[in-house]
Design a protein around this ligand. Structure first.
Ligand code: ZN
Length: 56
């Protein structure tokens, strides 16, 4: 499943406002000190810090 072209460019991490990168079924924050992974459900990115997976 891939997000619409161009969508990633307008998405930013709600926690630190860094760009996101698509990885499998998640959107990973590229912020060096953040790195939260946001789930994508039915093609809809869930950009909520409460729903994000913390980096290991
Ligand atoms: Zn972030």
């Amino acid at each position: 499943m891939s997000l619409e072209a161009g969508l990633l460019e307008i998405l930013a991490c709600p926690a630190c406002h860094s760009p996101l990168k698509e990885e499998d079924i998640e959107l990973i924050c590229t912020g060096q000190d953040c790195g939260l992974a946001y789930p994508v459900r039915d093609g809809i990115p869930v950009l909520l810090v409460d729903e994000a997976r913390r980096p290991a």
